[in-house]
Design a protein around this ligand. Structure first.
Ligand code: ZN
Length: 92
């Protein structure tokens, strides 16, 4: 059960639960339970209270743009070792 702290931005909540209560700040994307990569259950409760979607509060690492950036590059194909040229340099 999220309890609004009555801050001007409507972003700070005390979320009552078990085993203890947590403090959620939607503006700073903080919850006392964890580092915020995606909203925890406490943040989701607060977001429901303010009619906002949890997916809009996920870290940018979890976006499709980040996924596409990660896999935007490819590995060039390379022929087999038997086709390599002999080097005149010392072997490593
Ligand atoms: Zn939490």
């Amino acid at each position: 059960m999220p309890i609004w702290t009555r801050d001007d931005e409507y972003e700070k909540f005390e979320v009552h639960g078990h085993p203890t209560n947590m403090v959620v700040d939607l503006g700073k994307r903080l919850c006392t339970c964890q580092f915020w990569i995606m909203p925890c259950v406490h943040a989701c409760a607060a977001l429901t209270r303010v009619n906002k979607k949890p997916e809009d509060f996920c870290h940018k690492w979890l976006t499709m743009d980040a996924y596409r950036d990660t896999y935007a590059h490819y590995i060039n194909p390379f022929f087999g070792q038997s086709l390599w040229e002999e080097s005149e340099q010392n072997r490593p």
